[in-house]
Design a protein around this ligand. Sequence first.
Ligand code: ADP
Length: 322
Amino acid sequence: MNNEESNTLRPLNFEEFIGQKEIINNLKIYIQAAKLRDTSLDHTLLVGHAGLGKTSLAYLISYELNQNIIVLNANSIERPKDLIITLSKLNEGDILFIDEIHALSKNCEEILYSAMEDFYINLNVKNDLKKEVIRFDLPPFTLIGATTKVEDLSKPLLDRFSINFTFRKYSVEEITQILFNASKKLNTTYKMRALKLIASVSRFTPRVALNYLKRINDYSLIDNLKYVDHIYVCDILNKLGIKNKGLKDLDIRYLKMLHFDYDDKPVGINTISSFLNENNKVIEEMVENYLIELSFIRKTSKGRVITSKGITFLNSLHKKKL
Ligand code: ADP
């Protein structure tokens, strides 16, 4: 049910796909040209943080080209054989979407080299006691890779994507528009100020914004509201533990630790992790990346330091609610 719901909020055409204008304008040209040439679209790499719309765009490409889409996540491709089976079942023009493509094993990557470049794979077969390598031709297809960690992609694989798009974060206005469209699909009326408030805590990421919208929708359903205003949204966000700028309890504890416990001095990652009782990866990826983006902290050679902007934010927390 949950998946169903998130799928219904996915954009169904380019008009519903808000923002990323540069990507969309270029993509429309490449799709049109592929159609005119009657060839498959060139292999396409979508780079960007989680929740920015890479999967949604892959689906849109398949709708626009009117082609079948096969979806894989590189983390769940256990053996090269699994990838070979999928490739060998492809039909002409199919779109193969591999999410988190940086997580592919070296062996799987190597299979993709010839599949992408010349549309064939080498199969190892045993014939009587002999081992043979047979060339297996594939129909022309389009590989769409999505990655949150482009730096982990090997150069040969990267070079085989002749189309390469990097997603940027969305503006508050764009997120508000995405929320407005989604609220219509959810059959709930939101005041514009209420949607703007949700957008302001979304970390500029559609998935985060839509998840909050869905939770607020749950509450409004139970409260039997005709429309949702910003005061109601503010109340629910507080219940969800969402602070100004979309910060959560762990982010606030992080900032308070640097400011109050370490007197604004640099602190190393291991000390921070053990103080907050989390592992380094969670602290770096879930907390620090966003705090750096907000310029609330800085990484220095001696450790992490809270900035004056971070201190001002901490002080403002006592004064105002969302
Ligand atoms: P990713 O694959 O980058 O993690 P998704 O494509 O799964 O992100 O997007 C997460 C959710 O956000 C989707 O359900 C989709 O409805 C919504 N979304 C993402 N980008 C856009 C956009 N540009 N316009 C409208 N909705 C979007």
